[in-house]
Design a protein around this ligand. Structure first.
Ligand SMILES: Cc1cc2nc3c(=O)[nH]c(=O)nc-3n(C[C@H](O)[C@H](O)[C@H](O)COP(=O)(O)OP(=O)(O)OC[C@H]3O[C@@H](n4cnc5c(N)ncnc54)[C@H](O)[C@@H]3O)c2cc1C
Length: 355
C-alpha cells in the first residue's frame, strides 16, 4: 500500500483530504493525516475565540471518516526528506511515499526584545485559549493593546470592544493607519468605526521593547502601560519549516515548482502558509492550493501530466464585531452590514462543507 502523509489538518490539509476522498482513490493508496489536534481549528475565527464571543466548540470541524484515511494525533517534531520519515512525539517514525507539509504559521516578533515573552498570541488554538483567558480576566476598565493593525488585529480589537465594553482597547501600528494594505476608502471606514466605538488607534509606533505591563516606542522614546498585549504584527511559517535548509522566499515560505512540489523533492508538496505563493497567506489560498495538490496526485496515479489552472481567489472579508465588516471584491471595497453577512455565510458554508 502506498501512503500520502499530510502534515497539518488546517485549511490546506483538510481541503486536500476532502478533495482526495471525493474522487476515486486507487486501491493501493491510503492517506494518513497528522495533527496535534483531533479536529480542524477554524483559524480565521480565532479572533472571536480570543475575545470570548464564540465558544471553543464552535470553531472545531471534525475530520472526515473514510476507510482510506487514518489519523495520528501528536506533535510533529521533524521531517527527514532523505529517509522519507516524519518524527512525531510519542510515535514510531512515519514513512511516506508522498508528503504534504501544511503546518501553517506562527508569530513573527521582528527581533523585538520581550515581545514573545510578554504578549499573547492567536496563532494556534491552544495559544488563543490562553489569550481568551487573559483578555477576559483583565480587571474592569483595564487596558488592552493590540500590536499590528492588519486584518487579524482589527478583528480582535473590534470583537473585544463588543465583548468587553468596559475595557480600554488600543491598536498600535508601525504605519500611519490600520489596514494600510487596503484602499483608502476602506481604511477610513474602519478608522471611523474605531473612533465611534472608542478604540484608540496609534500609528507610526515602532516598538523597541516589550515588558510585563509596558511597551516602549523606539521612535519617540515613550512607553505605554498595558494589562494585556495581543501580538498580531507579523507571521512566518512554523518553526519546523524555519529549520528546514531549503530554498525560501523573503518571508521564509518554501519555494515550489508549478505543481506545488519542492523542486529538489518531487514527492513533497507544500500547502498554505508554509508555501511561497504570489499572494498573501490566507485560508482561502490554502484551500484552493489543497485542491490543486489533489489534482496533481490524481494525475500522478493515472500516469498523466497535471494541467493546473491559475489559482483564483475571491476577495477578502473582515469583521468589525458581529454587525459590521469590510471586504474587497475584485478591486471594489464593500463596507458595513453586507460584507459581515457574507462573511458569516462563508463561515457557515465552509463548516458544513468541511464537516
Ligand atoms: C485572526 C485571523 C483571521 C484570519 N482571517 C482570515 C480570513 O478572513 N480569510 C482568510 O482566507 N484567511 C484568514 N486568516 C488566515 C488563515 O487562517 C490562514 O492563512 C490559514 O489558516 C492557513 O491555512 P494552513 O492550512 O496553511 O494552516 P492552518 O489552518 O493554520 O493549519 C495548520 C495545522 O497544522 C497543525 N500543526 C502545526 N504545527 C504542528 C506540529 N508541529 N505538530 C502537529 N500539528 C501541527 C495545526 O494544529 C493546524 O491544524 C486569518 C488568520 C487569523 C489568525
Amino acid at each position: 500500500m502506498k501512503k500520502v502523509v499530510i502534515l497539518g489538518g488546517g485549511y490546506g490539509g483538510a481541503a486536500l483530504v476532502n478533495e482526495l476522498i471525493q474522487h476515486h482513490l486507487p486501491q493501493d493508496v491510503s492517506i494518513l493525516l497528522i495533527d496535534r489536534m483531533p479536529f480542524q481549528g477554524l483559524k480565521t475565527e480565532y479572533y472571536a475565540l480570543a475575545a470570548g464571543t464564540v465558544s471553543d466548540l464552535e470553531l472545531r470541524v471534525s475530520f472526515p471518516i473514510h476507510p482510506k484515511v487514518q489519523y495520528v494525533y501528536g506533535e510533529i517534531q521533524d521531517v527527514d526528506l532523505e529517509a522519507k520519515l516524519v518524527n512525531v512525539e510519542g510515535h514510531d517514525p512515519v514513512s511516506y511515499d508522498w508528503l504534504v507539509i501544511g503546518l501553517g504559521c506562527t508569530d513573527k516578533y521582528h527581533g523585538i526584545e520581550g515581545a514573545e515573552q510578554y504578549s499573547s498570541s492567536i496563532q494556534t488554538f491552544s495559544a488563543t485559549r490562553k489569550t481568551y483567558a487573559r483578555l477576559n480576566d483583565v480587571k474592569p476598565y483595564g487596558q488592552v493593546t493590540i500590536v499590528g493593525g492588519g486584518l487579524s488585529g482589527v478583528e480582535v480589537a473590534a470583537e473585544l470592544r463588543e465583548s468587553r465594553p468596559d475595557l480600554n482597547v488600543r491598536i498600535l501600528d508601525r504605519g500611519p493607519s490600520v489596514l494600510s494594505a487596503f484602499p483608502g476608502k476602506l481604511q477610513r471606514f474602519v478608522a471611523e468605526w474605531f473612533k465611534g466605538h472608542e478604540v484608540e488607534m496609534l500609528g507610526h509606533v515602532s516598538l523597541s521593547r516589550v515588558e510585563e505591563g509596558q511597551l516602549y516606542d523606539g521612535n519617540t522614546d515613550t512607553s505605554f502601560l498595558t494589562d494585556v498585549t495581543v501580538w498580531t504584527a507579523g507571521i512566518q511559517p512554523v518553526e519546523l519549516v524555519q529549520r528546514m535548509d531549503l530554498p525560501k522566499d523573503l518571508t521564509g515560505r518554501l519555494l515550489l515548482n508549478e505543481f506545488h512540489m519542492l523542486p529538489a523533492y518531487n514527492d513533497v508538496f507544500v500547502v498554505g502558509d508554509c508555501a511561497s505563493m504570489p499572494f498573501s497567506p490566507s485560508g482561502q489560498a490554502a484551500g484552493a492550493q489543497g485542491k490543486q495538490i489533489a489534482e496533481v496526485l490524481h494525475s500522478i496515479w493515472q500516469g498523466t501530466t497535471p494541467k493546473l489552472g491559475k489559482l483564483k481567489l475571491k476577495g477578502v472579508l473582515g469583521s468589525l464585531g458581529k454587525k459590521s465588516g469590510f471586504g474587497i471584491m475584485g478591486n471594489t471595497p464593500i463596507l458595513g452590514r453586507v460584507p459581515r453577512l457574507v462573511k458569516s455565510g462563508v463561515l457557515w458554508r465552509s463548516k458544513r462543507h468541511l464537516g
